[in-house]
Design a binder for this molecule. Structure first.
Ligand code: DGL
Length: 272
């Protein structure tokens, strides 16, 4: 049955596990396959054209796993390929930008929306475009937060250094009086506590992970692909780099993560 096929969720590394967690909450019955391109992460500092090439390699791999839907659980990848991917694959494609933008436009009271993300994501201007096309009367303020990913990867969601960094990154956005902040990187939901604290709880934090899960659910309903069963779905996790390192960091993103398969890229043509 087509509804029995897994949903493919992927990211440059561990960040997409925040999306897996949110999808699992709404869709525990669905079978999920996850791929993290950890051998080539992080994508954020890379040129957009390189991210585009890597993204299509990852998407080809996921499409070859008999998936029924592809979820680009990475802002840098979504920024680089989302529009093109929709025409390239004969599968429903969900990215992380539109769901977050919709939620932010709904949440803002003063129309001033901040976006924090990696360099690649901000440089594509996709958040500015999506917010501009949203129909809402909004002003957008973006901020690159390059060091956040490293702190999260190192398991740091609490240090004084991280607080100082968060204050420094958010200061220009607070000065602009944003009342809503899009966490435009899949690692940032892990920093919600810090971000809530440095904004004194006065800014609405929009996590794309939870919004994406709602979109995945809706797209499954609309396409007739929703798996209707009380059984719990299977989970399969693959990475291109070190499986044990991924499991260890990844269990902070997805409690209970245990079995991770290593699936290195090969240079042999046609094998990937
Ligand atoms: N997953 C990436 C994103 O959401 C962040 C990590 C990276 O730079 O690879 O943009």
């Amino acid at each position: 049955m087509v509804t029995d096929r897994p949903i493919g969720i992927f990211d440059s590394g561990v960040g997409g596990l925040t999306v897996v967690r949110a999808v699992q909450e709404l869709l525990p019955q669905e079978h999920l396959i996850y791929f993290g391109d950890t051998a080539r992460a992080p994508y954020g500092p890379r040129p957009v054209e390189e991210i585009r090439r890597f993204s299509f390699e990852v998407m080809d791999l996921m499409a070859a796993q008999d998936t029924k839907m592809l979820v680009i659980a990475c802002n840098a990848m979504t920024s680089a390929v989302y529009e093109e991917a929709k025409t390239r694959y004969d599968l429903p494609i969900i990215g992380v930008i539109n769901p977050a933008v919709r939620a932010a436009v709904r949440a803002t009271h003063n129309g001033r929306i901040g976006v924090i993300a990696t360099k690649a994501t901000i440089s594509t201007g996709q958040y500015d475009r999506a917010l501009g096309a949203s129909g809402g009367d909004v002003e957008v303020f973006t901020q690159v937060c390059p060091a956040f990913v490293d702190h999260v990867e190192a398991g740091d969601t609490f240090s004084e250094e991280l607080f100082a960094l968060a204050e420094q990154y958010l200061e220009p956005l607070i000065e602009k009086n944003v009342d809503t902040l899009i966490l435009g990187c899949t690692h940032y939901p892990l920093l919600k506590g810090v971000l809530h604290s440095v904004t004194n709880g006065e800014v609405e934090l929009i996590s794309s992970a939870e919004e994406v899960a709602k979109d995945v659910y809706q797209a499954l309903v609309e396409t007739g692909l929703l798996l209707r069963t009380r059984a719990i779905g299977t989970r399969r996790f693959m990475v291109s780099g070190d499986a044990e390192g991924f499991r260890s960091v990844g269990s902070r993103f997805l409690p209970g993560l245990d079995l991770v398969e290593s699936r290195p890229w090969t240079t042999e043509p046609g094998v990937n």
